[in-house]
Design a protein around this ligand. Structure first.
Ligand code: ATP
Length: 292
């Protein structure tokens, strides 16, 4: 028995850190949306009880450190599943890029194995399991557009942005999320986004309002350590993107553009000095049954 699951990347339309909690974690408030840049996870149930994994990318761990592996191991342990699984990750989402590639692989593995092993878990139960793997996994189980709070485990579905193009550019280097949060604590920047304005703009389908409300409190921190991120932002704006922001802890920068011809011009302009450039659509609300 075999199943394939799509694992889409996310972008942050907003990212705010409200405060540091007594348990040491940060209290977050973020608006996230799925984009049509995705890994594919193939899952083959095996009579051997072990979890095995391979990835088409050399940049991700192929053992128990992989988040998709941890998702399978968690299900086996919690629900006493006897069969094993062979996981193949067809990697298309850049790694350590602020696009939640690893978290989305874990979420897709939870969704796929729930079906493959007939576990009958609800979406809410999968979200809860996801929170045990990583803070972006609950959102990735849900996907679509959501207001995300807490450590990432409190989700509220909200209206998706109107159809548009997303141009993504990623500098050569990756960024460690843990390091960015450490630096954030030292500088405590005051560039908090207006999350309420973003949610209102989404509800009204107001593209200009969405572009005007983009904001990420981690952006200045990453920009200081990696000036390339700032240069890419400037270029995106110069080439005509209507809204520009760094996603997550970076370093990927995205630009929102309504017209396809303009998006293509921005891609061509950026290719001159950035090797990893993508042009994709917003996914809007995602069909929860994303297995094949
Ligand atoms: P986020 O936006 O959730 O902070 P990210 O996009 O910045 O995540 P990932 O691509 O998820 O980062 O990778 C972060 C680290 O997780 C990598 O350095 C990698 O070693 C590890 N990792 C574990 N499993 C995976 C996976 N399936 N795909 C990618 N990275 C993985």
């Amino acid at each position: 028995m075999e199943i394939s699951v799509k694992a889409p990347a996310k972008i942050n339309l907003t990212l705010d850190v409200l405060h540091k909690r007594d348990d040491g974690y940060h209290e977050l408030e973020m608006v996230m949306t799925s984009i049509d840049l995705a890994d594919r996870i193939d899952l083959v149930s095996t009579s051997q009880p072990s979890v095995r994994l391979r990835s088409t990318s050399g940049f991700v761990p192929q053992d128990e450190r992989n988040l998709a592996y941890r998702a399978a191991a968690l299900l086996k342990e919690n629900y006493d599943v006897k069969p094993g699984v062979f996981i193949t990750i067809h990697k298309h989402i850049p790694v350590a890029a602020g696009l939640a590639g690893g978290s989305s692989d874990a979420a897709a593995t939870l969704i796929g194995l729930n079906k493959l092993w007939n576990l009958g878990l609800t979406l809410d139960e999968l979200v809860e399991l996801g929170a045990q793997i990583g803070s972006d996994v609950p959102y990735c189980v849900h996907a679509g557009t959501a207001l995300v709070r807490g450590r990432g485990e409190r989700l509220m579905p909200i209206s998706s942005p109107p159809a548009c193009w997303v141009v993504l550019a990623k500098p050569e280097h990756g960024v460690s999320t843990a390091e960015v949060f450490q630096k954030f604590e030292q500088v405590s920047p005051d560039n908090s986004p207006d999350t309420k304005a973003m949610v209102a703009a989404l509800e009204q389908g107001d593209f200009s309002g969405i572009c005007a409300s983009l904001g990420n409190v981690l952006e200045d921190v990453t920009l200081k350590s990696y000036p390339t991120v700032g240069r890419i932002k400037d270029k995106m704006k110069e080439f005509g993107a209507e809204g520009v922001l760094m996603s997550g802890s970076g370093p990927t920068v995205f630009g929102l553009v309504r017209q396809e011809a303009r998006a293509r011009r921005i891609v061509n302009g950026l290719r001159g000095f950035c090797r990893h450039v993508y042009m994709v659509r917003m996914l809007g609300q995602l069909d929860q049954n994303r297995t094949k």
